[in-house]
Design a protein around this ligand. Structure first.
Ligand SMILES: Cc1cc2nc3c(=O)[nH]c(=O)nc-3n(C[C@H](O)[C@H](O)[C@H](O)COP(=O)(O)OP(=O)(O)OC[C@H]3O[C@@H](n4cnc5c(N)ncnc54)[C@H](O)[C@@H]3O)c2cc1C
Length: 385
């Protein structure tokens, strides 16, 4: 793949950093179910995790399309940015909706790597995709919220100092509209871990440091509320568009990893006296995945450009995520099949990436929910849920 993708210098620099973290590094972490702390530290030191933090607060002040280039290259190299991408996608809500005082208080520390903002608590066991049904409740007493409830699949909570947390502040039955009554908090976890806050790891199909988090009268100062009380759902939705574009970039990176590996292996593996890649049955799925990847990339670029121009491109962000997740899955499937039995051998890294890229059909939003969004909000069909 030699096509100009933009941000060439960023891509080269990230690729050089990733070269210090080869497949063997990720395999070891995967085997031990361990957090890739060294990789995250290197990325932080180089300033890449602060890409979206405005310069005034110590970050690089880059746009979403540059952040996409960073994540894409990490995935293309065989690594996994899911270990630390929350620091970027929480910025969608924080940079746009956080107060100046909050930004001054937290962002320089986050940019310098002294404060880790790696956790995003939305999903709950009983609400699932229906975010507006979440129950974790923040009771306000004076200047403090007391949060009680449970989140699930809160990735990296054990490796984060701060969490962007969506809670209910008005009981659902008292909310005028479905999206009302939810509030966004920038919660400091440090003092509460092990006390009003407990974090339990979930063993999962992939190495993702994902957890369940239990809140028992966990205190958050009202000063750490992002935006207005009751407006949290709308704020999180605008941040989620940025998240979807960033995730789409990870998918494109995965797809490129798979396609490069599959094309190389198909050209060199000789069976029946000729390279397997000489057979159209082997070539075509790889070529098709490439076509899907390029199409997804175009949508991703459009979504990022609109976001960087100050827009909130729900349609493009959702489509980019849908198409890119499908492309990476098609590429993973083609790559695994091309490698035959060797695709299952851990040392090739393909089975690991295959497990990792499968997640994007489900999280951070499942394919069906994107299709529902497109049907209802883009095509004007009746709401289905
Ligand atoms: C590894 C991992 C990491 C995660 N990290 C985070 C995190 O850091 N923070 C966080 O908040 N969440 C996180 N999540 C949660 C993730 O966002 C959810 O799993 C996802 O949104 C789907 O919700 P659910 O699992 O409850 O599935 P459900 O909502 O129970 O849905 C199950 C299935 O039913 C389908 N479905 C549901 N309703 C409809 C409908 N109306 N029409 C058609 N189909 C429907 C869905 O598409 C899905 O396939 C993570 C999940 C995983 C697995």
């Amino acid at each position: 793949m030699t096509v100009e993708r933009g941000h060439a210098e960023i891509r080269d620099a990230v690729a050089r950093l990733c070269a210090d973290f080869p497949g063997a590094y990720w395999r070891e972490k995967d085997k031990a179910d361990a957090y890739p702390a060294e990789f995250v530290a290197a990325l932080t030191r180089a300033g890449w995790l602060a890409a979206l933090i405005p310069e005034a607060y110590g970050g690089a002040g880059l746009g979403l399309s540059a952040a996409c280039a960073i994540l894409e290259e990490i995935h293309r190299s065989g690594g996994n940015a899911a270990t630390c991408h929350a620091q970027m996608y929480t910025m969608g809500a924080l940079a746009r909706h956080g107060s100046d005082e909050q930004k001054r208080r937290y962002l320089p520390g986050v940019a310098a790597g002294d404060l880790r903002l790696q956790a995003f608590g939305v999903t709950e066991p009983t609400s699932g995709s229906d975010t507006t049904a979440l129950k974790t409740f923040a009771r306000r007493e004076g200047d403090t919220y007391f949060v009680t409830g449970q989140k699930i699949w809160t990735s990296r909570a054990a490796h984060s100092d701060l969490m962007l947390l969506l809670v209910r502040t008005t009981p659902r039955e008292n909310a005028a509209k479905r999206g009302d009554g939810l509030t966004l908090l920038l919660a400091d976890l440090r003092a509460a871990k092990g006390n009003e806050l407990s974090v339990r790891p979930i063993e999962a199909m992939l190495n993702h440091s994902t957890t369940e988090v239990f809140f028992d009268n966990f205190r958050v100062p009202v000063a750490d509320r992002v935006g207005e009380e009751g407006e949290g759902f709308r704020l999180i939705l605008s941040g989620m568009n940025a998240e979807r574009v960033l995730i789409a970039a990870e998918c494109v990176g995965d797809a490129r990893f798979f396609i490069e590996r599959a094309s190389a292996y198909a050209s060199e593996r000789v069976v029946f006296g000729r390279p397997i890649g000489q057979n159209q049955g082997v070539q075509f799925p790889i070529a098709k995945a490439y076509a899907q990847t390029r199409a997804a990339e175009l949508m991703l670029r459009e979504a990022a450009a609109k976001y960087d121009a100050g827009g909130n491109p729900g349609e493009e962000a959702n489509l980019a995520k849908l198409l890119a997740a499908e492309a990476s899955w098609a590429a993973g499937e083609a790559c695994l099949q091309t490698h035959g039995g060797f695709g299952f051998a851990r040392e090739f890294d393909i089975e690991r990436k295959f497990r990792e890229t499968r997640l994007y059909q489900v999280a951070p939003i499942s394919t069906n929910l994107i299709l529902s969004y497109v049907a209802e909000h883009v095509l004007g069909m009746p709401r289905s849920y």
